[in-house]
Design a protein around this ligand. Structure first.
Ligand code: AHR
Length: 513
């Protein structure tokens, strides 16, 4: 596996190009490595696989494919997932989890019962279950995160799932686990208390009070089974469609503030109006929502000692073209991403890093085929545009998030005022500064002067740019129009000047002394 920070040197062979100095836009950034926001939790670089379309069957897992290993896992997909440095992997849904009965998915595969799958209107074979998932997470090198069924599921069912996965005692559940081939417990730490339980579309949807009471008893049983589990409560993400999302979050936290460790929030964005400037500013809304949720958490926790609840932004992505469910069955939610989508993804990751003190987990939805960075057919795969920012962040944006002084020219869009053309975050880890920057301007270069307050640049600065010929450029099975390329940058003393190309995402990596 590639080591972190050697990425641009070892993978990207493009020649170094010095960019021109003639841009019209100028910005300034001041960096003080002691001015920190918080520790960047590696779980910000999580992902998600759901029993939906071709994400699992036909993506992660394809028993009939010549590209699969003896256990049915697609080797090419596994390799691409490993190179993405996925830190935590959520499963089995999503909406799917709300009618998933885990006991259907264990034991000999040929004896598992096929069931009607109502979330996405198909039949679930149950051939990919708990063992298949937990083994997969292990192979990817990701922490598993199981989202339990708090829709149609029962307290017993969820308690026994934790026991099956985590207990070292000799019980009926652990005997069953051993009989199915796994002697040692997996020790799964992260468990979701249901998915989007605020939504009327969710199977087993409840009011906030009913969910709060039900989830509290489930949480107690789960923690009594294994006190080490960390629980993710289902928050409301349904901003502006008639659901009282802040009220839901307040009520649910009142019930769960002594049990939950995270509040789950989701956000998908799109560009249906074909308005680049407005779309690129979507992360401003994300940042506002993070602050609102943080306030609700702080209020709930104001009378609770020695406990913290963080945000798990455990579904996020660009998703708007393939929203319909008209292809009920197999090929659904298959977005084909372009350059502007990749830029939005980079700005979302910047927002998570810039709120690293409160956002401690984030899961791009989803890993393969379904609104995903990896796209397969029966012969192979290609990496979608959004793969690259996620990969570069996951590999290099670690350590402490830094609070930057940013003075950037701004613009206005349909939904937002004061949008900085320069969207940026920075991290500092063991003497290395990593900055991730998006130039939101569609056709102008952005010249930025970086100034270090407390340190000095200690050598050459590596720059990797993700860009393409056009904001609508896409990757396909025939080739990649959007991919990373090495650029060069020269720093002197405390200063670095860098020209960010129009519609680009760039990662700068510098040693500081
Ligand atoms: O990721 C696709 C779907 O979006 C998930 O199943 C659901 O949780 C969300 O609404």
């Amino acid at each position: 596996m590639l080591s972190r920070r050697s990425f641009s040197k070892t993978v990207l062979a493009a020649p170094a190009i010095l960019r021109g100095q003639s841009g019209q836009l100028h910005a300034r950034v001041k960096i003080d490595t002691e001015r920190t926001i918080g520790d960047i939790d590696p779980k910000l670089y999580g992902n998600f696989i759901e029993h939906l379309g071709r994400c699992i069957e036909g993506g992660v897992f394809d028993e009939k494919s010549p590209l699969a290993d003896a256990n049915g896992y697609r080797r090419d997909v596994l390799d691409a997932a490993k190179k993405l440095d996925v830190t935590v992997l959520r499963w089995p849904g999503g909406n799917f989890s709300s009618n998933y009965h885990w006991l259907d998915g264990i034991g000999p595969r040929d004896r598992r019962p096929p069931r009607l799958e109502m979330a996405w209107g198909t039949v679930e074979s149950n051939r990919f279950g708990t063992h298949e998932f937990l083994n997969y997470a292990e192979m990817v090198g990701a922490e598993p995160y199981i989202c339990a069924n708090l829709g149609t599921g029962t307290w017993d069912e969820v308690q026994q799932w934790v026991e099956y996965c985590n207990s070292a005692e000799d019980t009926a559940m652990t005997r069953l686990r051993k009989q199915n081939g796994r002697r040692d417990p997996w020790k799964v730490t992260y468990w979701g208390l249901g998915n989007e339980m605020d939504g009327p579309w969710q199977m087993g949807h409840r009011t906030a009070d009913d969910y709060g009471k039900f989830a509290l008893e489930a949480a107690k049983l789960m923690k009594l089974t294994d006190p080490n589990v960390k629980l993710i409560a289902a928050g409301s993400s349904n901003f502006g469609n008639g659901i009282d999302w802040t009220g839901w979050n307040r009520t649910v936290l009142e019930y769960l503030k002594n049990q939950a460790d995270y509040l789950s929030i989701h956000m998908y964005v799109g560009n249906p109006q074909n308005d680049f400037g407005d779309f690129l500013a979507s992360s401003m809304e994300l940042s506002t929502r993070i602050k609102t949720v943080e306030g609700i958490i702080d209020t709930a926790m104001s009378n609770v000692r020695n406990r913290k609840i963080y945000i798990a932004w455990d579904e996020w992505n660009v998703w708007y073209r393939a929203r319909g469910n008209e292809e009920r069955g197999r090929r659904i939610l298959e977005e084909h991403y372009n350059l502007e989508d990749a830029l939005v993804v980079a700005t979302f990751l910047n927002a998570f890093v810039n709120h690293a003190h409160i956002v401690k987990m984030a899961n791009m939805a989803q890993l393969v085929n379904v609104i995903a960075p990896i796209f397969t057919n029966e012969k192979g795969l290609y990496l979608q545009t959004i793969y690259y920012p996620l990969q570069l962040f996951a590999m290099n944006a670690r350590g402490k998030a830094l609070e930057l002084f940013v003075d950037s020219p701004k613009y206005k869009s349909r939904r937002f005022d004061d949008i900085p053309y320069l969207d940026i975050s920075a991290s500092f880890d063991k003497g290395t500064l990593v900055m991730n920057a998006v130039n939101r301007h569609p056709d102008q270069t952005l010249e930025v002067e970086f100034e270090l307050e407390d340190k000095t640049f200690g050598g050459p600065v590596e720059a990797v740019e993700v860009n393409g010929p056009d904001i609508k450029s896409e990757n396909t099975f025939d080739g990649s129009a959007v991919k990373p390329a090495m650029r060069s940058a020269t720093a002197e003393g405390k200063k670095l000047r860098y020209s960010f190309a129009p519609h680009s995402y760039t990662q700068l990596v510098a040693r500081l002394v």
